[in-house]
Design a protein around this ligand. Sequence first.
Ligand code: HIF
Length: 291
Amino acid sequence: IKGSSGETQGIFKATKDDYQKVYDEIARLLVDKDDYDDGSYGPVLVRLAWHASGTYDAATKTGGSNGATMRFAPEGDHGANAGLKHARDFLEPVKAKFPWISYSDLWTLAGVCAIQEMQGPIIPWRPGRQDRDVAFCTPDGRLPDASKDQNHIRAIFGRMGFDDREMVALSGAHSLGRCHTDRSGYDGPWAFSPTVMTNEYFRLLMDEKWGWKKWNGPAQYEDQSTKSLMMLPTDMALIKDKEFKKHVERYAKDSQVFFKEFSDVIVKLFELGVPFESTPEDRISFKVSDD
Ligand code: HIF
């Protein structure tokens, strides 16, 4: 199995056990490298997997998680991808240890691993992505702009092929991680436990009083009771829009329903643009680490 990844991919036929080994290695590193942000690279790995996938355009069938073209400067330097080098660098030792896996499979598998290890739902995953060269980089502007409203959310996620319910379900991932002033310009976490996946994001949207943060940075909301949490304008759009809000209410009330619908939609997100030879039945449900 030694040699360049391009050659070995053709010769080495990875089994489900081999992919579980990759999962286990990422899970091990997540525990090992806890000296980052809120104590975990998990959230930034989820953001990497989503930004690799979220460039998909259903009309032209371009972009999506096939290709891992964010490795190259034009796409890696897009403003929306600021800070994702931390996630890509975190995964380099995993790629070195398992050179047969493509970057595009590795990045989405890492997103799955991060969600599961942060106590989220099981996210069935299948391999089949192939890395592509710089010519396949997508144009800037395909990822969402947080300063915008519900029309923008529908335009961006509609382009990928999602409906209202799916857009709201996906949004629950903002219970994870935080904004960084040196990346997006925004600041702070959405939830009190940013390294544990819950439906807290929806409960906070419904229950807290939100007001504009008074600062010199970009317009964002803060919770009026602790002033330690944040919402982006696009997050608030989910309760300003009636059609979105009914799903926010459903997910705030029932975390099991949220987990089920979130799992289904993130499976779909991570598979956008992939020319699979396998079927949905071939998806792997990875075993979560004990502890
Ligand atoms: Fe995010 N998102 N996202 N996002 N996102 C940020 C961080 C994370 C949007 C904007 C931002 C989704 C949708 C949208 C995660 C996961 C998902 C940041 C902060 C911004 C500005 C970046 C930084 O400064 O470090 C917008 C406008 C979206 C469309 C509405 C997805 C649904 C919620 C698709 C999704 O899964 C995660 C995780 C993070 C935290 C990253 C971190 O480093 O902690």
